[in-house]
Design a protein around this ligand. Sequence first.
Ligand SMILES: [Zn+2]
Length: 258
Amino acid sequence: MQAVRIRDRRLRWPVPARLGQTLKGRPLLTLDRRAKYLLWHFDHGTLISHLGMSGSWRLHLEGAPQAGTHDHADIEFAVASGASRIARLTDPRRFGALLWHPSSRGDLARHPLLSHLGLEPFDPRFDAAHMLAATRGRQASIKQVLLGGDVVVGVGNIYASESLFRARIHPTLPAARLGMARCERLVPAVREVLAEAIEAGGSTLRNFIGADGAAGYFTLAARVYDRAGLPCKDCGTPIRRLAQGQRATFYCPRCQRR
Ligand SMILES: [Zn+2]
């Protein structure tokens, strides 16, 4: 790490004023991810970054262009050849975050932003038994429990509808009523949908760009999402739309019975 330049500290929470001094000269050990948080691990703590609504990190290999209005932070790394790489955080709406968690403050997993997070969907501990145990006594619908992120993270609105369709589970079913058989269908359905979406490059619709600058694209072949009135690909029944917690849900009334 050679230098950190913070141009605007006003993100969702103020960027620590001394972040530059904190990181100066410290090598980055690993880069990790937990839910939507990017974790930059150093020997004395972790930089926690979130992209909010509109943020992106771009990695510049040969010097970064002049910073624009929304380029709030640059982290410059020295690499073996003597050259440097610049990671630049751009965030027009400034809902993103850049926070420092020193090792001295204890276990990162207990950080207030991370402690409530459910399992990662590809974590082997995310299985039917976990899903069953985590939904006991919960009257909220299974769709909303999936979106809540405290049982499993990463299942956004599109993926929740798609996963429930593949698992043949009605989206308004109270999570408490899932039962083992449905959990055994839902867990692999979630993984299958996410794996396909990852393979397809993500489903972000608007302003996503990859670290290489390439735009995201929407190629997950949705079976129910945004298909209201169109025939179910399995049974031909028209797909229905309903609102749950102000989010649109799509389902097949025949394939997904309560
Ligand atoms: Zn159907």
